[in-house]
Design a protein around this ligand. Sequence first.
Ligand code: SF4
Length: 241
Amino acid sequence: MGRILAETHPDAHCELDFRNPLELAVATILSAQATDKKVNEVTPKVFAQYPTAADYAAADRAELEVTLKPTGFFRNKTDSVMKLGQQLVERFDGEVPGNLPDLVSLPGIGRKTANVILGNAFGVPGITVDTHFQRLVGRWRWTAETDPVKIEHAIGAMFDKRDWTMLSHRVIFHGRRVCHARKPACGACTLAKLCPSYGTGPTDPVQAAKLLKGPRAAQLAEAVGVDPSVVPQQAFAADVP
Ligand code: SF4
């Protein structure tokens, strides 16, 4: 299944735009309850206005709130990024630390966010157990654990450490584009033959292909032998949650 996921999603990557660990830390905080697409619309302005941790620490709260508003929960998020900036300045010379214990000691950064930062900004392998990851490994019966930390350890034991970050991206891509929470596209899924939950969503290939999402939705349909023209146009630009 890991190999098929790699073939199915050769474009898998962190969907948040960033250029350094601080930008990824802020983008990840902003991504709570928001789509990565929405966050990416907002962050160019944020990153230009607040290039360093000290800039967040010294931000004008009201001004930052206005900038972050489109991502939702903006008061909490403003609070988190300001506190993050303050702690980074006070404890880490303004730099985002590259290890799990220090990262999770920072405001707004839980274990999931820390693994995203480690895996994508520091090249340290990490498994990101988000809602998609949790749902899919459950559907695949890879583990019966329900606690995110236990899931992380259970799946980590099944794959080479060097593959952890990319595995996370591929599983999350599959969750966003194919194996949706409500109506998974079972009939247009490359994992159908191996998946113990096949049938959770529509199994008719054409019906299922209409549920595929993302810029590669047509290729995903083709990969299972479905005429890609059945994929509706809006699927390609879909704002994947
Ligand atoms: S067969 Fe269905 S439940 Fe299984 S991974 Fe594919 S879309 Fe998800």
